[in-house]
Design a protein around this ligand. Sequence first.
Ligand SMILES: NC(=O)c1ccc[n+]([C@@H]2O[C@H](COP(=O)([O-])OP(=O)(O)OC[C@H]3O[C@@H](n4cnc5c(N)ncnc54)[C@H](OP(=O)(O)O)[C@@H]3O)[C@@H](O)[C@H]2O)c1
Length: 283
Amino acid sequence: MTPLLLDGKVASAALLDFLKPMVETLDPKLVVIQVGDDPASSSYIKQKVKSCEKVSMRSDHIHMPEDTTIDTLMQKIDELNNDADVTGFFVQLPLPDQLRGHEPEIIKAISPMKDVDGFGAYNLGKMFLSKEFEHLPPATPSGIIRLLEHFDIEIAGKHAVVIGRSNTVGKPVAIMLLNRNATVTVCHSKTSNLADIVRQADIIIAAVGQPKMITADMVKDGAVVVDVGIHRTDEGLCGDTDFDALLSKVSAISPVPGGVGPMTVASLIRNCVTAKERQMALR
Ligand SMILES: NC(=O)c1ccc[n+]([C@@H]2O[C@H](COP(=O)([O-])OP(=O)(O)OC[C@H]3O[C@@H](n4cnc5c(N)ncnc54)[C@H](OP(=O)(O)O)[C@@H]3O)[C@@H](O)[C@H]2O)c1
């Protein structure tokens, strides 16, 4: 049987259509800070700005030179925190060498009200309370959940196995699945018997950062697979799963590209809308 394709282009277009009238009413503004010229970052930013245009949302791309110091970057963050016209902003990662290691400090400096990437401790901590407190969840985990919901994939009562425990993807998506009543197992590089654990999953979230690491023998028949990974190889883009080999086993699977990527961008825009709603309610 041909599995259901969890098409992120379709699901993100539906989310953007839903958000467009809210953007028209609330008029939020998203600002992206890029430091340096990392080509992958430039391409991600282009996609984000393009999606803002799709919903007629105001956006600004602040491009700072490669040799920007931490003090200059912090000054810019302070400026944006205090600019009432800016709804939300984020600093695109990865950063150039001289700023590496400063990420926690940078994330901490962004006002929780404007943290539309949802990477700060305040917004991450709120997610732990319950689904109702997921106000500004990290964009990729939020996009993964929206992708499953768009295609009516049942989460409650299912065994979800998340491979990867990063603060930006693995851990928060595990919490969001738990908030929706999945039974969740989180695996990482020190997990013993990874294949045995993954084989028990009804839902697999592959956020491991290793090309095609999740192979067909690790997946039970009928599982739902969300592939978060994105890798540039000589044969083109691929994810963390062996997509072609998994097709004959799974009931649903997200492609790379065109799966989680577009959902991440749409979720960022959703966070910007939510941030504006909450800022207006406080005024
Ligand atoms: N499509 C999108 O919008 C989007 C957004 C974000 C990320 N991504 C992609 O998603 C992937 C994951 O991103 P990330 O930022 O979460 O990566 P990350 O910070 O590198 O985390 C990778 C995780 O995988 C675990 N891991 C690594 N090798 C493993 C192995 N052999 N067995 C089991 N676990 C292993 C690591 O375990 P330890 O903790 O023990 O080291 C870590 O928790 C990457 O390919 C990234 O490019 C895509």
